[in-house]
Structure formats: C-alpha cells, structure tokens
Design a binder for this molecule. Structure first.
Ligand code: SF4
Length: 264
C-alpha cells in the first residue's frame, strides 16, 4: 500500500467522503461498510486472520507503514494548502486545546455521560447472578418446550440489548467531550462556512443515547426483577438526552455523510 493507492481509492465513487467521521464505529452492525473507504482499507490490510492477530509482527509492521504513508500525505496536503507545518505554535495550540478539553470534561453533559458509564458498569456487575439465572431459565425452556415461548429468540434479544448498551456505554461520553470541546474552539473563521463538527459529534452522541434507551427498555422486559433500577437509568439517560438537545439545538439537523441522506 502506498499513498498513490490510497489516493486512487479515495477517488472511487463507491466511497462516500467523510462517512466515517460521524458514525459509531460499530463495523459489525454498520449498514454502509461497502460505502466506507476506512472499512475497505481495514479489510485490505488486516483482512486475513494472521494480520488480525495483534501479536503478529506483520500487524505492527503494516501499521507502521500506514503511519509513514499518512505522514507523507499530511505533508503533501499541507504544502498544497500553503500550510507551514513548522510554523504552528504547537505549545500554545496544545495548551488551548487542553484548556477547552478540561472545560468540556467539566460540562454537565459530559459529567452526566461519565456518570452513566459508571452506573451501567455497576449495574452489569450487580446483575451478574441474574444473567446466569436467566441463562439457566432459557436453557430449561429450550429443553422442555413450554407453550409458545421462544427461548432462542429471547436469548438473542437479550444479547442484542447487552451489546448495544455496552457498545455505547463509553462512546456517549467520548462524543460529548468532543462536541463540547469543539463548541468551545469553533469560530466563524475556523468554520469557514462548513457545518459544525460539534453538531455532528453531538448528533451521534444523541443517536447513541436513543439506542441505549431502547436497549435498556428491552432489558427491562427481559429482567423485570430489575425494573426499578432500570427505570432510574432510563430517567438519567432521558435527562442527558434533553440537556444535550438544549446545548446543541442544531445537532439533529446535522447531515452525516451517507447516513442522513439516501445514497444507498
Ligand atoms: S462508516 Fe461503518 S464501516 Fe465505516 S468506520 Fe463507520 S462503522 Fe465502520
């Protein structure tokens, strides 16, 4: 793989530019992998089982090659756009970014998202026995075929709920920190007429919250013994959702390449 190859790939009309900027990175559940250059590159490089093995020397070698190629492309793009990479005051830029990030981490949305991740972690820890009981119960049902119950379907639905909650548990916080940091850093000059990255990050955080709410709703049906606990979590998430919508009133209107317009 070299930079010419990546450039050629980027020109391929199959791929939607920037699609990977506002997705949830859940490639196993992504409906647009065939439109994503990031996915294609990953498959190209790490598709065979050996290369997937992070202990494999080839994996790190390939990653190192990607790093070199990427660096070359950054230098080339900077030159084309008249950006002098050496002239950037890294220390000042870094300090400003750190300050914005610290402020973002302290924002009530981010604190609520961080608290949610902790609440979810504790909940799963406390529900460990209950999950084991539920697995036994479903196994038993599968053996004796009780009435019109469908234990395989229930088990799959329960697993889906767990997968969704787990996937977004920390993702919401990460995206909200990015959104708030962006909000603090964006200026009309830096945006130059482009849509706000902060709105895009807030939008995917909101989608993650909505999906988590739906997954907890399913969990509530599967584990009615924990209904009260789950209701508390749902209330927490709903408040976070509403607060995020207030802070980012334009987030929902942000158009994510590929996902928010019909180019399927
Ligand atoms: S668009 Fe889909 S395949 Fe591409 S990075 Fe996002 S989740 Fe992965």
């Amino acid at each position: 793989m070299d930079k010419q190859y990546i450039k050629k790939l980027a020109e391929d009309p199959r791929f939607i530019p920037g699609i990977y900027n506002y997705c949830d990175r859940w490639r196993e559940r992504c409906p647009l992998t065939c439109r994503c250059m990031n996915f294609a590159l990953g498959e190209e490089q790490f598709g065979d089982p050996e290369a997937r093995d992070i202990n494999n020397k080839a994996f790190w070698q390939k990653l190192s090659e990607t790093f070199q190629v990427t660096l070359e492309m950054v230098k080339e793009a900077a030159k084309e756009q008249g950006i002098d990479l050496d002239s950037v005051d890294l220390q000042q830029a870094g300090q400003e970014h750190e300050a914005a990030r610290d402020a973002a981490e302290d924002h009530e949305c981010c604190r609520a998202a961080e608290a949610y991740a902790q609440i979810a972690r504790n909940w799963f820890k406390s529900a460990k026995d209950l999950f084991e009981q539920k697995a036994d119960e479903l196994n038993l049902q599968a053996q004796v075929e009780i009435g019109d119950s469908n234990p395989a379907e229930e088990a799959a639905s329960l697993k889906d709920s767990v997968d969704v909650i787990r996937w977004y548990q920390h993702f919401i916080y990460v995206k909200l920190v990015r959104a708030i940091t962006g909000c603090l850093e964006e200026t009309p000059q830096s945006l130059n007429g482009f849509p706000k990255d902060s709105d895009g990050s807030a939008k995917i955080a909101l989608i993650a919250i909505d999906r988590s709410i739906a997954a907890w709703g399913q969990m509530r049906q599967h584990l009615p013994q924990r209904e009260d606990n789950i209701l508390d979590i749902l209330v927490h998430l709903d408040r976070l959702r509403r607060k995020t919508e207030t802070v980012f009133p334009n987030a929902k209107a942000f158009v994510r390449p590929g996902f928010d317009y019909a180019e399927l």
